[in-house]
Design a protein around this ligand. Structure first.
Ligand SMILES: Cc1cc2nc3c(=O)[nH]c(=O)nc-3n(C[C@H](O)[C@H](O)[C@H](O)COP(=O)(O)OP(=O)(O)OC[C@H]3O[C@@H](n4cnc5c(N)ncnc54)[C@H](O)[C@@H]3O)c2cc1C
Length: 469
């Protein structure tokens, strides 16, 4: 009996999963395996919220595999060693997996490839995580795009891959041992925040259906309003591959055809956001150094002289800027933050508190359920003004005007900051007079935005060699 392995990574679904479908087509028996990492008690790039979501998603995946006659095999440790051991145990002749765009995942794939060649096993990598990955969308002279708009135009012109089906039946060989499905105790982590969104393919599919039924037609108008439940909330589902990006994209295009002109424009705007995800993936693929240094070489080594105490106040949502604090508390309480407020809080950390964007990047990765290394790095470098197609450094958002524009009714701020529930929302739109507070239990703004902005301009000018103060 020909036995093959499908290695689950960030593709925890049984519907339109390229590698899983290929493994089922290639083998009479398939070992579907997930390999748990073995770090303990804290990690700089993840935390309880995301690991909790992962556990729920693995449990759901096991259930889905059982419903077609299979089960999930769980192992733990260094991926290449575990896969080779499993291949020996099962007598597997092929190992299928979906490719990862990040440099850590790619390094594992290279090691796996070498180990398979030595053992006479075939390693088969598939494209799945993106509609167009790494080097498919190139400029006229074959170079990587560094700017989004021409990238997205070239992306749109390429033919799109077909959507595959759901696995119908699976035979897992007898006698293959598995660890129990994990809970977050596996990593020695504390409980996740109470408001973390539910994991698993079924929950993700319900979110997708509900967005396509309603939200997509209003997305263009409401996507920047943090209090409106107007965005798709599918980022964690794409992060863990609970949904296929091909299926989501095809469903959006089909829906767009059924909408009026306004609804269609809204759906097009939504698809553009999916393209941003792939833009940042190809940036990370082609410039993996962005995880260490500024994408824009002009700003490498620039000073970020902010104080550690300021970082603590930012993390806790105690800066005295209501829009910033509401967002930071939303993150702490749910592991999610709205895109508009991700930009506001990231700009505030870098341009008002003058703290290194890498600190914020790492804090977001530890808290966010959708924490995804390419989009997170892209978002942080965009906000800091150092990234690919980033906001120019001198375009610094004013948190008070951002509040006026996107959260003037106070609903979002009051939801996350109980101390401000009885305060007139008009007071959230500008800094209180010096020495005044919005409420006795809420701090005064920790910096003056205008002066902080001047310091930022000097820091960037100094980095550019223009000399600052
Ligand atoms: C500082 C900062 C950090 C970020 N970190 C992450 C992260 O770790 N993981 C993550 O998935 N997104 C990240 N984003 C992008 C964006 O904020 C989230 O994808 C979005 O808020 C998720 O909510 P949603 O699914 O309702 O989004 P929707 O508005 O419904 O968007 C649909 C999908 O498009 C993609 N998308 C939307 N905006 C972006 C964007 N700016 N860049 C890349 N992809 C995008 C996501 O996959 C998202 O699910 C970050 C943005 C910033 C400014």
């Amino acid at each position: 009996m020909k036995t093959v392995i499908h290695w689950f990574r960030r593709d925890l679904r049984v519907t339109d999963n390229t590698s899983l479908n290929a493994a089922v087509a290639a083998g009479e028996a398939v070992v579907p395996v997930y390999i748990l990492s073995d770090w303990k008690n804290g990690h700089p790039w993840t935390g309880s919220n995301r690991q909790h979501f992962l556990c729920e998603s693995l449990a759901s995946l096991d259930g889905n595999l059982r419903s077609v006659g299979g089960r999930l095999v769980v192992r733990c440790g260094e991926a290449v060693g575990e896969l080779m051991r499993l291949a020996r145990e099962a007598g597997a002749v092929e190992i299928h997996f979906n490719r990862d765009p990040d440099p850590f995942g790619r390094a594992v794939e290279e090691r796996l490839d070498a180990a398979c060649r030595e053992a006479g096993i075939v390693a088969v990598a598939h494209k799945d995580v993106a509609i167009h990955e790494r080097d498919e969308v190139l400029t006229g002279v074959g170079e990587t795009f560094r700017v989004f708009t021409p990238y997205s135009k070239a992306w749109a012109k390429l033919p799109k891959p077909a959507v595959g089906g759901r696995v119908k039946a699976l035979v897992v060989p007898e006698g293959i041992s598995s660890l129990p499905l994990p809970d977050i105790g596996h990593w020695g982590l504390g409980p996740a925040a109470g408001g973390v969104i539910g994991g698993g393919e079924k929950a993700a599919r319900a979110r997708m259906a509900s967005f396509l039924d309603g939200g997509i037609a209003r997305y263009g108008d409401l996507r920047d309003v943090p209090s409106a439940p107007a965005t798709s909330r599918l980022s964690q589902d794409l992060r863990y591959g609970l949904l296929s990006i091909r299926e989501l994209h095809a469903a959006c295009m089909k829906k767009a055809e059924m909408l009026d002109a306004g609804g269609r424009a809204s759906a097009v705007k939504y698809v553009a956001e999916l393209v941003w995800r792939e833009f940042y993936m190809q940036i990370l693929w082609n410039f993996p150094e962005v995880l260490e240094v500024e994408f824009n070489a002009k700003y490498r080594g620039m000073a970020w002289p902010g104080k550690p105490e300021a970082f603590e106040r930012w993390k806790a949502g105690e800066t005295g800027f209501p829009i910033v604090d509401a967002a930071m508390r939303e993150l702490l309480e749910t592991g999610f933050m709205h895109n508009r407020t991700r930009m506001i809080t990231a700009m505030f950390l870098t341009k008002d508190l003058h703290l290194d964007w890498r600190l914020g990047e790492s804090w977001f990765m530890r808290q966010l359920v959708d924490g995804e290394i390419a989009s997170n790095n892209g978002g942080w470098q965009w906000s800091a003004g150092t990234g690919a197609d980033a906001a120019p450094y001198f375009r610094i958002q004013n948190p008070w005007s951002q509040t006026k524009r996107y959260a003037a009714d106070g609903v979002y701020i009051k939801k996350w900051i109980p101390e401000l529930r009885d305060v007139d929302p008009a007071k959230f739109l500008e800094a209180p007079a010096p020495g005044m507070r919005l409420s006795p239990k809420y701090p005064a703004p920790m910096v003056d935005h205008a002066s902080a902005r001047d310091v930022t301009l000097d820091l960037f000018k100094a980095a550019l060699g223009g000399g600052g103060k």
